[in-house]
Design a protein around this ligand. Structure first.
Ligand SMILES: [Zn+2]
Ligand SMILES: [Zn+2]
Length: 181
């Protein structure tokens, strides 16, 4: 049996800068050695918007994406500019179900530093790439990791996103190679 290389779709949900999508796709190719394709945009479903919180429910968007059956892509990362939440957290930078097909990255909170200042575009792009790779890691069945610098370390705040690296630790790397085999 020949193993087919996994392919990842990157899909904008609403208005997302082309350059950000390209940065995410390039990092997926560079770091995880997977083929990527940027897909046509679609609007997040209306029922994902929580009117009270003015945030989008990540789980509802992921369900809508999974219902689209992206036949040509093993994994799909949705990228949006809206603030995301899941019921147990007030906000999340991204979300993915363990081993699922579709994950999400929100750029909304990546564009400000903890002190309220605006970072250079290069930092915003690096953060978006980290969150995208982290969520893709979950889709590929990687779990959270204790290593503070590992890409799979959990980030609750933007300072933690800045602290993790774009790389997996040795342990997570071996696990990923095994998953991709
Ligand atoms: Zn995670
Ligand atoms: Zn690790």
């Amino acid at each position: 049996m020949t193993s087919k290389k996994k392919s990842v779709g990157v899909v904008p949900l609403g208005d997302v800068p082309e350059i950000t999508l390209q940065v995410i796709a390039d990092h997926i190719t560079g770091c995880f050695k997977l083929t990527t394709q940027i897909l046509p945009p679609f609007e997040p479903p209306d029922d994902a918007l929580d009117e009270r919180q003015l945030q989008y429910n990540a789980g509802i968007i992921i369900e809508a994406m999974e219902a689209m059956h992206f036949a040509n892509h093993d994994k799909v990362i949705g990228v949006l500019n809206k603030d995301l939440f899941i019921p147990i957290f007030t906000h999340v930078f991204g979300e993915a179900r363990q081993g699922g097909q579709c994950g999400l990255v929100s750029l909304f909170r990546l564009e400000k530093n903890p002190d309220g200042s605006t970072p250079p575009k290069s930092i915003i792009h690096e953060r978006a790439a980290k969150v995208a790779l982290h969520e893709l890691g979950h889709l590929l069945d990687l779990l959270h990791c204790e290593h503070r610098k590992c890409l799979m370390h959990f980030s609750g705040g933007i300072d933690e996103v800045d602290e993790i690296s774009l790389d997996l630790c040795e342990y997570c790397s071996i696990y990923l190679q095994d998953k991709l085999r």
